[in-house]
Design a protein around this ligand. Structure first.
Ligand code: SF4
Ligand code: SF4
Length: 539
């Protein structure tokens, strides 16, 4: 660890928000009692959903694969505990739209019995590709909220190469403290995970960015780095300003580099992972354990005992709330995530998934109903706070008018949905809802277009094949005809030859019949005997 004060940069805009984190950080991370039922969605990551890998009635062991990854951008799903698969069906999942998706339901048997696992503490003996496969097989996805399969972001397969691995410990959203607690309590695992990731990426250095309002986490990590004597890992305190934990914003603050619009951090030689993802990578390699649980902050005045809990994936939110003493009378709104970027849950039957970092049980004062939206007054306050340097009011106008081409011209997809613009809007316009709507519509249109393109390609291919088949059939027909024709000529020639031969025979016969004397000309014989005359034959 280096001791110099690193240079920092600033990102545009942002907000100073009340952190409200202390209510859950008063106690260490607690483990939840084993739930009796686990509801495990097959889609807990960005990319293609996993496919069912078990049957109803099967007994499964903890860590056993129950959902197989499909394609490249996908992640397998493992049984979080041992038990019996009792259902495979559509169930509500945590999603802003309240949608349902295929889930595998396991009734746990209370034994929490592991399937055999294989650790690989000597990760340096693995080449980076084998290392990434291990991480893939462990079902690790980005635990900071995005849920992108982690192994993909550990592949430096580009001409750019990776200069800097950044571990994101900024955790800037109010109430959420799970990463803070992880850094305080599992700093060693984070540093080991960082070393493994660096090996996979062949990254020159690793920077761990932590907001400067987390002194305990900073101290614990600094100690862990000192103990491992890895001079390639550096811990950097960053100013506490929301959203410092946004990937592009943290990269800017730590390196001064801007991720290009629509581009990836890899293009500027940087890869960013969450500190919780590093802990999962450490468990995958050093213990052979797949990703089965995560730390979740339970906070808000609507829950009796706010805390940070180690929760098995698939645990119903209702069981999590029960483990925190249940709801208070003030509970008004259930939010998955924080107050800025989270979304309201319709009910608490949905499960915790790999990307669930917080359950906020908000009282009325913590999540007041927004006043009615008023017309935009073009004050520009939204643009002043936008950390992505966008023009939020233009995005709003064009999203509202369903002008999806124009809204993309204003870089809609660079919006990180941080909510800063809506937070300051004096007209109380729910701006982020418009952006989410526009993104969803554009994705749907692109999906439809892809489907239409595919259908058109298939149609054209079928037409081409039909034309080719017809052309081949015609060609074969022509060949047959030609063969038949050439065969007919031959017959005719043979017939003519036979006819001619018969004719010659006939003419010969006729010629013979019409000759003056058919008998031998004896006179001539007598006149011109061919041999000596026998006197005894003379009369
Ligand atoms: S802050 Fe609200 S009112 Fe002001 S320009 Fe932006 S959208 Fe319009
Ligand atoms: S939600 Fe999007 S437009 Fe609004 S401030 Fe954040 S990045 Fe900018």
């Amino acid at each position: 660890m280096t001791n110099h004060t690193p240079q920092l940069w600033r990102f545009h805009g942002g907000l100073h928000l009340a952190p409200n984190k202390a209510q859950s950080t008063h106690a260490p991370i607690a483990s939840m009692p084993l739930p009796t039922r686990l509801i495990i969605p097959l889609q807990q990551h960005i990319g293609t959903s996993a496919e069912v890998g078990v049957e109803i009635g099967a007994h499964v062991l903890k860590g056993q694969v129950i959902g197989r990854a499909v394609g490249y951008v996908s992640a397998p799903i493992h049984a979080p505990s041992s038990g019996t698969v009792v259902e495979i069906a559509e169930r509500p999942i945590p999603h802003p739209s309240g949608m349902s998706a295929t889930c595998i339901v396991i009734d746990t048997d209370g034994r929490d019995e592991w399937t055999p696992v294989q650790a690989c503490p000597d990760y340096q003996s693995l080449d980076p590709s084998a290392l990434r496969n291990r991480i893939r097989e462990a079902g690790i996805v980005g635990l900071g909220g995005a849920g992108f399969p982690a192994f993909i972001k550990l592949n430096p397969a580009s001409a750019h190469g990776v200069d800097t691995l950044i571990l994101n410990g900024a955790e800037c959203e109010p109430y959420i403290a799970c990463d803070d607690m992880l850094m305080r309590e599992r700093a060693d695992a984070i540093v080991r995970g960082a070393q493994i990731m660096r090996h996979a990426l062949l990254a020159k250095r690793c920077l761990i960015g932590i907001e400067d309002n987390k002194p305990e986490a900073f101290a614990a990590l600094a100690q862990a780095i000192r103990q491992c004597s890895d001079t390639g890992i550096e811990i950097v305190p960053v100013p506490t300003i929301y959203p410092a934990g946004g990937e592009k914003q943290l990269i800017k603050v730590l390196t001064g580099k801007e991720v290009p619009s629509g581009g990836l951090p890899l293009e500027i030689g940087v890869i960013c992972h969450n500190v919780a993802t590093a802990v999962a990578v450490d468990a995958a390699l050093n213990q052979g354990r797949p990703l089965l649980s995560r730390v979740v902050t339970v906070a808000g005045a609507g829950v009796r005992t706010p805390c940070n809990l180690d929760v098995l994936v698939g645990t119903p939110v209702s069981a999590v709330i029960a483990a925190c003493g249940g709801y208070t009378d003030d509970a008004k709104r259930l939010i998955m995530g924080g107050p800025m970027m989270g979304f309201t849950l319709d009910n608490d039957a949905v499960p915790i998934v790999k990307t669930s970092n917080c359950i906020l049980v908000a009282a009325a004062a913590e999540a007041p109903d927004p006043p009615p939206a008023l017309p935009c007054i073009r004050c520009g306050a939204c643009a002043e706070v936008c950390p992505a340097l966008l023009l939020p009011q233009q995005l709003y106008w064009h999203s509202r008018a369903k002008e999806f081409d124009k809204v993309q011209d204003y870089r809609l997809f660079d919006c990180i949905e941080c909510g800063c613009c809506a937070y300051v809007c004096p007209s109380h316009i729910p701006l982020v809802q418009y952006y989410r709507y526009a993104k969803t519509e554009i994705w749907a249109q692109e999906r439809d277009k892809r489907k239409a393109d595919l259908a058109r390609q298939r149609h054209e291919f079928r037409l081409q094949r039909q034309q080719r088949d017809k052309a081949e059939r015609d060609a074969r027909m022509q060949q047959k005809k030609a063969a038949l024709n050439s065969g007919g000529n031959q017959d005719a020639r043979q017939k003519a030859a036979i006819q001619a031969a018969l004719q010659r025979v006939k003419e010969k016969q006729l010629g013979a019949a019409n000759a003056p004397e058919a008998r031998p000309d004896r006179s001539k014989d007598e006149e011109h005997p061919t041999g000596p005359v026998d006197p005894s034959q003379s009369r």
